[in-house]
Design a protein around this ligand. Structure first.
Ligand code: SAT
Ligand code: MN
Length: 609
């Protein structure tokens, strides 16, 4: 038996110890701290972060055991142009990723890492994504020089001494190694700042050796290496090799009035209401929803031939602005329980946090995310549009018990959703798995004001994985097709496209109320799975008959529902097809023929319609 005390000094796992020693020799920290994940450690580190000015402790009567952080204004989001897939062969990174050879990237970054932890503590965080009791526990170790990262990782992943003990007990288990530095050494004469970071940033992934090297940023997706870097980019490459799927999906449990349970996974690009759907409060009498996951789903075949999904995360890292009582009461209940970190939101005068649309009425005075006085007349948002709450998933009042199932829940349906003003119906069903893969591979969304660049431009985002596919995008969509071939089609989830955001051509208003009323669409899907709901064949897929969507209690005519469901053949033929052709051309010879065939089928169906 190893004890916790031993863990603070090192590990009996020779390979791991050697790597930690090697990193310490390169980065020259003042001290090394093996993270045990205890509450005492959390107290010590959060106190340290308050003393160093990174954290402001919130009023415990408002948010117990919770903290506010303001980042450097330049370090507020994932940096896609600084994110690299460093496969040996450039082809394996594909057209959706930046690429550098592992040798070149390691040479550049080794120079940056040289002495980069001078004056700092190097933390070693053992973690597991998913359950430690899973058939295949997915271990990782992150080395970081940021205490903010350590405490955020305690919320977002299962970390600590018991994980290290499990790694030591399985010396042959694969362990993803992540190295992170904020890139701000405290050399002679340099004093620390509240949010250390560097203008030089690299987020590098080495899929063949299952390593992640991150430098220069303290922001979530760049620095909490268990999340997008491991659970999506590296895991997608592992999943390709081992016949499973690592996807950017929520997992929802839906219970009907008769008590039947269905599990639904859904992929949505950012700003399409994924978190709100994960925490949906159905407006339909007798229907309840519970959350299993809000961002990432790992799906593997179970012994019964069905696909089982687990949420590999331990916390929620949600966009704060727009989250409020009316849009997502469950998220509000989750953060109110405390034990949370809020980054780049505003502070209220009584030591609480506020962000845009949290409450209909704006507070009279705030300290904004940049530390300036703020009033409703200031004319600028109080919080950064990508400001975040980081909160324990288990605090969510609608968390499903099945979240604790080590091998996950059987998925009945997969949704692909985007934000489209026109063309794409409220919901339609794919004819079969390959057609569903085509729908996912051509998933699109209009850009929003939340990101830089033109607003309202249709951008393709395959399976909502565009920034997260850890290998060649053509191989990735082909892997989806291969998964379908491994299984008995009747056991595979059915695939649906949804679009809550379609507008009326005439007055520009939304054709569908959205939010809790999306449960009406989920109900139709569940009834399709059970074989009771009606659908009509169209060239794009199976669309509900307007009467088969339950509008009880909604002030909506059947004619309006029909508008939301309409397939405009001419619009598809003249506008959508050329966009899909343009998109598929980017895959070059990596486009699977089966998807080229699906496109030809769609074209033929539209032409004969
Ligand atoms: O930016 S993060 O990767 O931390 C979160 C997200 O994009 O969903
Ligand atoms: Mn996400």
């Amino acid at each position: 038996m190893t004890t916790q005390a031993e863990h603070t000094t090192g590990t009996s796992h020779a390979g791991l110890q050697a790597w930690v020693d090697e990193v310490a020799a390169l980065t020259t920290p003042d001290s090394i701290h093996w993270v045990d994940g205890s509450d005492g450690e959390w107290d010590a580190l959060t106190t340290l972060l308050v003393e160093s000015g990174t954290f402001t402790r919130l009023n415990p009567d408002k948010k117990p055991n919770s903290f506010h952080a303001a980042s450097d204004p330049s370090d507020v989001a994932r940096v896609e142009d600084r994110t690299f897939i460093c496969s040996e062969d450039e082809r394996d990174a594909g057209f959706t990723n930046n690429w550098k050879s592992p040798a070149d990237m390691k040479s550049i970054m080794t120079d940056l890492y040289q002495g980069c932890m001078t004056g700092r503590t190097m933390y070693v965080i053992p973690f597991v994504m998913g359950h430690i009791e899973a058939d295949v526990p997915m271990f990782g170790v992150e080395i970081t020089d940021s205490a903010y990262v350590v405490v955020s990782m305690k919320i977002m992943a299962r970390i600590g001494a018991n994980v290290l003990a499990a790694i030591e007990a399985n010396p042959d288990a694969s362990v993803v190694k992540g190295l992170h530095s904020v890139g701000f050494p405290l050399t002679e004469g340099v004093s620390d700042v509240a949010w250390p970071c560097s203008d030089t940033k690299y987020i590098a992934h080495f899929p063949e050796t299952r390593e992640i090297w991150s430098y220069g940023s303290g922001y979530g997706g760049n620095a909490l290496l268990g999340k997008k870097c491991y659970a999506l980019r590296i895991a997608s490459a592992m999943a390709r090799d081992d016949g499973w799927m690592a996807e950017h999906m929520l997992i929802l449990k839906l219970v009907s009035p008769t008590g039947s349970k269905h599990y639904i996974a859904g992929a949505f690009p950012s700003a399409c209401g994924k978190t709100n759907l994960a925490m949906i409060d159905p407006t339909l009498e007798g229907w309840t929803a519970e959350m299993v996951g809000d961002d990432i789903a790992w799906m593997r075949f179970g012994p019964d031939g069905r696909l089982y999904a687990v949420n590999p995360e331990f916390g929620l890292f949600g966009v704060a602005p727009g989250t409020g009582e009316h849009t997502n009461p469950n998220a509000m209940r989750t953060v109110e329980k405390g034990n949370s970190i809020f980054t780049n939101v505003a502070l209220t005068d009584d030591g609480d946090v506020w962000w845009e649309d949290m409450t209909p009425e704006k507070p009279a005075h705030l300290t904004d995310w940049k530390g300036n006085d703020w009033t409703p007349e200031s004319g600028v948002p109080s919080s950064h549009p990508n400001s975040r709450f980081c909160t324990p998933a288990k605090q969510c009042p609608m968390m499903a018990d099945e979240y604790d199932e080590p091998n996950g829940v059987p998925i009945d349906a997969i949704l692909f959703g985007g934000r489209r003003k026109t063309t794409v119906p409220l919901v339609y069903e794919s004819r079969d798995w390959a057609h569903g893969v085509f729908i996912g591979a051509t998933l699109s969304s209009e850009t929003t004001a939340a990101a830089t660049g033109a607003v309202g431009v249709v951008r393709r985002d395959p399976m909502a994985m565009l920034p997260f596919i850890g290998y060649n995008a053509g191989d990735y969509v082909n892997h989806w097709l291969e998964i379908g071939k491994q299984a008995d089609e009747s056991k595979l989830p059915k695939i649906y496209q949804v679009n809550w955001f379609r507008r009326d051509d005439e007055d520009g208003s939304f054709l569908w109320p959205g939010f809790g009323d999306n449960a009406r669409v989920l109900k139709w899907i569940v009834e399709r799975l059970d074989g009771s709901a009606e659908a009509v064949e169209t060239p794009v897929g199976l669309v509900p008959t307007p009467g088969s969507i339950d509008t009880t209690g909604l002030d909506m005519s059947e004619e309006q529902v029909a508008k939301a469901l309409a397939v405009n053949v001419e619009e598809w033929r003249e506008k959508e097809l050329p966009l899909i052709e343009e998109w598929f051309a980017k895959f070059g010879d990596t486009l699977p023929t089966q998807l080229a065939d699906e496109l030809a089928t769609l074209k033929a169906r539209l032409e004969s319609a």
